[in-house]
Design a protein around this ligand. Structure first.
Ligand SMILES: Nc1nc2c(ncn2[C@@H]2O[C@H](COP(=O)(O)OP(=O)(O)O)[C@@H](O)[C@H]2O)c(=O)[nH]1
Ligand SMILES: [Mg+2]
Length: 330
């Protein structure tokens, strides 16, 4: 199950109480005060981790608590501080308390404290004075912060899929990732960016990256829809672009489609236009096998870089495509 929203009760540790203690001395029934302060309570932090792409690891958890600080000890010993609790979350995780955005984890290793541990209370030693040589009081530790937060994942895409409607973007995304976008042979089926997580390999060698279907870039440009800032955020953060062109079209139409998209892309955002691009010739299964090789050779000469040939429907060329993409992303 893909989880991208999660509510959590966050509880930082209470500060340890100050101690009311007295020196133990031989032959002295009651020595001077020597109670130490309580230790500080642990705080709760979130930390960005680039190898996570969902909040699924938190699905069965509803609260996160850090340890309390311990009570002070004899000889002014401060109680042991409560351990902090650090929870890893995917990059692009936003943290809300009600409507308020507390912060966003965007970088590997970036930390955000979402609940501060309580302070340890003063031990009785601190309360001694000329009048009161045997203070019986100490301060309790203060409570740790407690709040309910909502984590909302705005996945950051590594790879953007672009191309005219019908180029086969959604079908490719379904074939390589966990996303299940709408597929149809009519345009404008997708007006919001669809994101999918691609996993290559398994176990310790597994690498993952996020692919976004970015149809709105073109479809939205003509229809005025789906052009929210969330969309642009996804588009502009991608490291690389897969430019899909369907082999169902004849070569002339395909090349025209390619250049149409390039022109829209650069005029839409020069930043996007400068991203490394991998050209993907899709729907190879629609071409008679005998003609395919010759067409690809011909097209390669007219395109600015060597294309990768795939058929998402027949699941051909996908492994090679992903290997090339992985290299571009890394
Ligand atoms: N034969 C064949 N058809 C495909 C392939 N990929 C996509 N299609 C079809 O092309 C049409 C458009 O695909 P879609 O993925 O929705 O394109 P998008 O508009 O770029 O997202 C749909 O009818 C798909 O079933 C393919 O590899 N081979
Ligand atoms: Mg689509």
């Amino acid at each position: 199950m893909f989880v991208d929203e999660k509510k959590l009760l966050i509880r930082a540790g209470k500060g340890g109480d100050g101690a009311v203690l007295f020196r133990k001395e031989k032959y002295v029934p009651r020595g001077g005060p020597d109670g130490g302060d309580g230790g500080n309570g642990g705080s709760v932090h979130l930390k960005g981790a680039s190898n996570l792409h969902a909040l699924s690891h938190l699905a069965s958890i509803d609260r996160i608590e850090a340890q309390p600080g311990q009570m002070g000890g004899h000889q002014l010993r401060t109680g042991k501080a409560g351990e902090d609790k650090t929870v890893l979350v995917p990059l692009g995780t936003q943290v809300f308390d009600g409507e308020e955005l507390l912060g966003e984890l965007l970088e590997e290793g970036q930390e955000l404290r979402i609940a501060k541990g309580g302070s340890g209370g003063w031990g009785n030693w601190r309360f001694r004075n000329s009048v009161d040589q045997v203070p019986q009081r100490a301060n309790p530790g203060t409570p740790g912060e407690e709040r309910t937060v909502r984590l909302s994942l705005q996945l950051i895409a590594d790879v953007g899929l672009i191309g005219l409607p019908n180029a086969g973007k959604s079908t490719l995304l379904s074939a390589i990732s966990n996303a299940r976008p709408k597929v149809a042979n009519y345009p404008f089926t997708t007006l919001e960016p669809q994101l999918g997580v691609v996993q290559l390999g398994s176990g310790d060698d597994a690498t993952t990256f996020v692919v976004a279907d970015l149809p709105g870039l073109i479809e939205g440009a003509s229809s005025g829809k789906g052009l929210g800032t969330a969309f642009l955020k996804h588009a502009e953060r991608t490291k690389t672009i897969l430019h899909c062109c369907s082999l169902e079209q004849d070569d002339e139409t395909l090349l025209a489609a390619y250049h149409t998209i390039r022109a829209e892309l650069t005029s839409w955002s020069p930043k996007l236009g400068d991203k490394p691009e991998l050209i993907v010739l899709t729907k190879a299964d629609t071409v008679v096998p005998d003609e395919l090789a010759a067409r690809v050779v011909g097209l390669s000469k007219q395109l600015p870089s060597a294309p990768v040939v795939i058929s998402a429907a027949a699941r051909q060329g996908l492994a090679d495509l992903l290997t090339s993409v992985q290299k571009l992303v890394a």
